[in-house]
Write a protein that binds this ligand. Structure first.
Ligand SMILES: Cc1cc2nc3c(=O)[nH]c(=O)nc-3n(C[C@H](O)[C@H](O)[C@H](O)COP(=O)(O)O)c2cc1C
Length: 260
């Protein structure tokens, strides 16, 4: 039976009160009792794990990152082959080198949004000169902050073990991502538990070859995401999303909106 209000966590805090995890994290459902942080409802975690691009200066220690990864590793993945790899990028000089690499990707993104397009989609042709736009510098939120983030994780995936059932289709692949993004999302959920927040970014993949070289990744490791993490300057609690009726239908795509 699906328990919609599963208690998510019971974490021992006796090693970490100084890090202030609790004070940064959780809302009214958080209690401290005998050194334990009591739970948030799973639904609350799912509804409030926002994309954070601004962090305080408070450092994030390796033990915390380790705990996050130790929880995230239970993510589902095709055939349980667990092709993920995490590079914990501590070296600011490496992070700095990411910036020019992703610039063309974010330049195009911003230009397409300004033109009213869904950026980087593979279905609707763009009406603007994408190549030209890639070389015109535009600001993209969070990129400078990423360099200074208390922690930066680059998540890659070993394509030699990923089951890509849609690789024979004449469209962009989506199934391969299903063997890595649940893991990435688990990182963000586990971070929330620690009082941290971050953002799933994908722009690094634009310069995959350069990133592979920079991080020493084998060629068959696809760069799936970069996740900067830290203590959020502000914890958002109201995320903007469409309603269930907007995306769920009965029996057919054009069937009646699914409702309860
Ligand atoms: C597949 C994927 C790729 C994303 N890529 C980026 C990115 O490259 N840069 C970035 O700042 N945010 C990125 N995001 C974060 C989205 O912008 C964010 O999830 C969305 O705007 C909703 O924001 P909210 O969760 O704060 O409401 C990405 C999210 C996903 C799921």
């Amino acid at each position: 039976m699906y328990l919609h209000s599963v208690v998510v966590l019971l974490r021992l805090l006796n090693t970490s009160p100084a890090r202030g995890a609790v004070t940064h994290t959780l809302g009214s459902s958080t209690n401290l009792e005998n050194g334990y942080r009591l739970s948030m409802e799973l639904s609350e975690v799912m509804r409030t794990t926002f994309s954070c691009r601004q962090w305080t200066d408070e450092p994030v220690d390796d033990a915390t990152i380790y705990r996050i990864l130790d929880n995230a590793r239970f993510a589902p993945n095709g055939g349980n082959r667990q092709g993920w790899h995490v590079t914990v990028v501590k070296d600011r000089a490496i992070r700095e080198q990411f910036k020019p690499l992703i610039k063309p990707a974010t330049n195009q993104y911003v230009a397409q949004v300004a033109a009213g397009e869904a950026p980087w989609n593979t279905i609707v042709p763009s009406a603007i000169d994408l190549e030209a736009e890639r070389s015109i510098d535009k600001n993209f939120p969070g990129v400078n902050e990423m360099v200074e983030a208390p922690a930066v994780l680059v998540i890659s995936v070993d394509l030699s073990v990923v089951c890509s059932f849609d690789s024979i289709l004449d469209r962009v692949g989506v199934i391969s991502g299903a063997s890595i993004y649940p893991f990435v999302w688990n990182i963000l959920l586990a971070a929330r538990q620690e009082g941290l927040a971050g953002v799933l970014t994908t722009y690094l993949s634009y310069a995959e070859a350069e990133v592979q070289q920079l991080l020493g990744l084998p060629e068959h490791y696809a760069v799936a995401a970069m996740v900067p993490l830290g203590h959020p300057v502000k914890q958002l609690t109201k995320l903007k999303r469409n309603s269930v009726e907007d995306f769920a239908n009965v029996d057919r795509f054009d069937g009646a909106p699914f409702t309860a």
